[in-house]
Design a protein around this ligand. Structure first.
Ligand code: GPU
Length: 832
């Protein structure tokens, strides 16, 4: 490795190399220096925000020192690296996590106190980095934490959206979207003004033969947009390894600013070019599990893939290896199909720019990529129209046709008798217009394809990728069950529980090896431990009750059973089942005598989650929840027996408050629709039980913690198809209790009935695609079992503690080790 500073001049470097702070006093000095000089504030106008900013900058300096060392070390060791390509990284807040990971939170707390501030208030100043929609984006963030914590040489690549996921406000019971301008002050990124990549769009392809008769393709014309790198340091837990998340921002290429126009007085249109280029990275598409074929989205995808691959290839070329070594040095993981264009892009680089032939390029490419599928929902499977691709990426479309040709020829040779097979597996759907099936390119161009929970990985093999299993053999397909980082989702979100566990396990090693939790089972009958465990849960409920009071004005009693469903609003996730269940319970309470009411187990039903702005049915569900809450929360017959709360703007930092406060959380998707779910894992790890369907990771959670410790209900995935048929052919009866719920809605009990007619009719008249009616009775019955179960607090606590003790499998560390071994073939690098 060549250093840019020659040996004689390195003395100064050695002498003046910045030293990370170690003590509270040194931390204070750094924070004050930043407040005074970086932020130009003084002790006369230093509020909580300025103190947050000073603290963050002091920690950023620390992270950067470790980041520099790590990157040098990784370059020097020159091992295979992994690149995680994801359009979403739902990071949440950074400061608290950074302090915990570098092990200096207590020092900072002490320092802040001596400056006159409380840690909680300072941490709460930070804006969430919300560059994601839901589970897929949060999984990427957990993976970055595990990759660094396990010392893997890994980079994340994503887009630096100017606007992350919108802020949700509830106005008169309706969702209103407000832009999330999160970059006002973001101390965690470094603009790399020296790292720029020109990305081409549109234009045309010219083909010619070179002197040896070899056919050459040149992509010319069109427009250039520049990608600028912004680097975010990712510290591992208790290790010096600090990896890099590189986010690309778009701007007009330097030549694009039209000085002709500018000089001739047409300033506005010259600036318009600039703005048009910046539009590419302006906004995160707010759809979860849904694809909508917008040109700008395809531009985002290519912009990000092209910049990332240029960067990866440039780094590889610095090592002067032969191209055949590329897959030994580089593993690229595709987080869903969003980065699939990276496959034809790598082929284009290898053939058009580096002069390799097709077979070499294909061999290298398919050994480099792995593809993770996150859904079987048909509306989420990406397809792009051929005319759009022809227009925007003419060379890539040719390469995609070439991939398809080679692939179909192989299929034809292998299955000569199966003519239908060819049209079924073709990358091009013969519709009008023709469509490019991105998931098929991802499968064909990768060496491994994985699902995210066992059931899901089985389902992709028998449904969407069935033919590909026949073509490539079953070994290409595998499972890596999702996980969560215990650092953020236990230690940071629930410090008291983490401390209690540490007191029994002899320290915090379980945060690096979560399977150590099993030792907690020895304390399940320990009276003092049980009491402390219960007190922590209660304190977390008090903390959530305060959030509820502050944000909705409703007082809830922390002694009630807290029942929580927080996740994106989607028909398949069935928040409608939950709210219909609430109405059912309400009607029952209303019909009771005062004596009977005394026996009701008081519950707080808490909902949270965003609906995609264009997803009308999801917005209707939010409206219904709010209307039901309005009626129930002010009904004197009900009082504290029941409250229905919709918490607005559910995000990562709110999840950190909400998750530790549940008694029961709901994971009630129609069987076979939720690929995995990850909040189910977070809730159980924090001592809450779950009500759930036999879907996604619920099944594996059950296997780990035991059937006695989970409330499962509902039809199984294998029965879904038949049930749907029964609806369509009228061979079914609406559940009678659900019919009563619908009557109440139709009578206007919760406001204008017509607002909810589509929701009701979808079930009554239009096939009940998500089988709400089929699962309603078993759902309500199971809720009764939960009431009974909760009454017996002793047994409940036993179940909760036992479950926590058995959650070791669901660490994202286990998950990353599985990817590293089965898919990436990468090894950790010992930090310097
Ligand atoms: N997921 Br596809 C998303 O959050 N967004 C998406 O667009 C797609 C999938 C989720 C799955 O719904 C969830 O079940 C899974 O746990 C998560 O990805 C991570 O794999």
């Amino acid at each position: 490795v060549e250093a840019s500073i020659p040996e004689p001049q390195r003395e100064a470097w050695k002498k003046f190399a910045p030293k990370p702070f170690q003590t509270a006093e040194e931390f204070e000095r750094e924070a004050i220096r930043h407040i005074e000089t970086t932020l130009a504030r003084s002790l006369y106008n230093c509020d909580e925000f300025a103190t947050y900013a000073g603290t963050a900058l002091a920690f950023r300096d620390r992270l950067i020192i470790d980041w520099n060392t790590t990157q040098q070390n990784h370059t020097f060791k020159d091992q295979k690296r992994v690149y995680y390509l994801s359009l979403e990284f739902l990071m949440g807040r950074t400061l608290d996590n950074a302090m915990l990971n570098v092990g200096l939170k207590n020092i900072a707390k002490e320092g802040l106190e001596s400056l006159g501030f409380r840690m909680e208030d300072i941490v709460a100043q930070e804006h969430d980095a919300a560059l994601g929609n839901g589970g897929l984006g949060r999984l990427a963030a957990c993976f970055l934490d595990s990759l660094a914590s396990l010392n893997y040489p890994a980079w994340g690549y994503g887009l630096r959206y100017r606007y992350g996921i919108f802020k949700q406000e509830i106005v008169d019971g309706y969702q209103v979207e407000v832009p999330d301008y999160w970059l006002d002050f973001n101390p965690w990124e470094f603009a790399r003004h020296d790292i720029k990549v020109d990305v081409q769009f549109y234009g045309s392809v010219r083909k010619y033969q070179d002197d040896d008769g070899k056919s050459i393709s040149v992509w010319e014309g069109g427009e250039i947009v520049q990608a600028l790198a912004f680097d975010v340091p990712i510290p591992g837990y208790q290790t010096a390894t600090t990896n890099n998340l590189r986010l690309w921002g778009s701007k007009a290429a330097s030549g694009e600013f039209d000085f002709q126009k500018f000089n001739s007085g047409d300033y506005e249109s010259s600036v318009a070019d600039q703005q048009r280029a910046e539009t590419i990275s302006a906004v995160l598409y707010p759809n979860d599990n849904l694809e909508r074929g917008k040109e700008l989205r395809l531009k985002q995808q290519y912009f990000w893939c092209a910049a990332s691959l240029y960067d990866i290839v440039r780094r590889f070329k610095k090592t002067h290896r032969s191209w055949t070594e590329f897959p030994n040095q580089v593993a690229i993981q595709l987080n869903d199909t969003h980065p699939t264009l990276a496959i034809p892009e790598l082929i284009r680089i290898l053939i058009d720019l580096e002069g390799l032939d097709w077979d070499q390029a294909w061999d290298i490419t398919s050994k480099t990529f792995g593809y993770t599928n996150h859904t079987v929902l048909p509306e989420a499977l990406e397809k792009w129209s051929v005319p759009l691709m022809q227009h925007l990426l003419p060379r890539h479309l040719q390469i995609i046709y070439d991939i398809n040709l080679q692939f179909l020829q192989y299929v034809e040779r292998t299955f000569p008798k199966d003519r239908d097979m060819l049209s079924r597996v073709s990358v091009i759907e013969e519709s009008n217009p023709k469509m490019v099936r991105m998931a098929y390119i991802a499968v064909i161009g990768s060496h491994k394809v994985n699902g995210v929970a066992e059931l899901h990985s089985d389902l992709i093999k028998t449904t969407i990728f069935k033919d590909f299993v026949a073509i490539f053999g079953p070994d290409k397909f595998t499972n890596v069950t999702n996980g969560i980082t215990p650092r953020r989702w236990l230690h940071q979100a629930n410090p008291r529980l983490s401390e209690l566990i540490a007191s029994k396990l002899g320290g915090y090693d379980f945060l690096k090896d979560l399977t150590m939790l099993h030792k907690l089972e020895a304390y399940v009958d320990d009276a003092a431990f049980r009491k402390e465990f219960q007190e922590i849960k209660y304190a977390n409920k008090v903390r959530l009750a305060k959030l509820i009071k502050d944000s909705t004005g409703v007082s809830v009693n922390p002694a009630s059973l807290f029942d929580i469903q927080v996740k994106r609003i989607h028909e398949y996730k069935r928040q409608q089942l939950n709210i219909f269940g609430c109405i059912h319970r309400y009607l029952q309470i209303k019909a009771m005598t005062p004596a009977a009411r005394k026996k009701v187990m008081p519950r707080v039903h808490i909902f949270g989650g965003k609906a995609a702005p264009g997803y009308w049915m999801a917005k209707t569900v939010i409206h219904l929840i709010n209307q039901v809450g309005k009626v129930i929360n002010s009904d004197p017959d009900v009082g504290d027996l029941m409250k229905v709360i919709f918490l607005e703007d559910y995000n990562v930092s709110k999840a950190e408050l909400i998750v530790p406060a549940s008694d029961i959380s709901e994971h009630i998707s129609t069987a076979g629709t939720e690929a995995s779910g990850t909040s189910n894992m977070k809730f159980v790890l924090n001592g809450g039980l779950i009500i759930g369907t036999c879907d996604g990771a619920n099944i594996e959670i059950t296997r780990e913690i035991g059937e006695a410790n989970i409330f499962l209900f509902g039809n199984l995935a294998e029965d879904v198809e038949d049930l749907r048929h029964a609806h369509l052919y009228g061979r079914y009866q609406l559940d009678p209790a659900l019919a009563t719920v619908f009557d109440a809605i139709k009578h206007g009990t919760f406001g204008d009935a017509s607002s909810f007619s589509a929701l009701v009719n979808g079930i009554v008249d239009h096939g009940d695609y998500y089988l709400v009616s089929d699962d309603f009775a078993s759902y309500c019955k199971t809720q009764e079992l939960i009431d009974e179960g909760y009454r017996n607090q002793e047994e409940w606590v036993t179940r909760a503690i036992t479950s926590v003790a058995r959650m070791g499998f669901f660490s994202s560390d286990r998950c990353i080790d599985e990817y590293a071994e089965m898919i990436w073939n990468v090894e950790p690098v010992v930090p310097e």
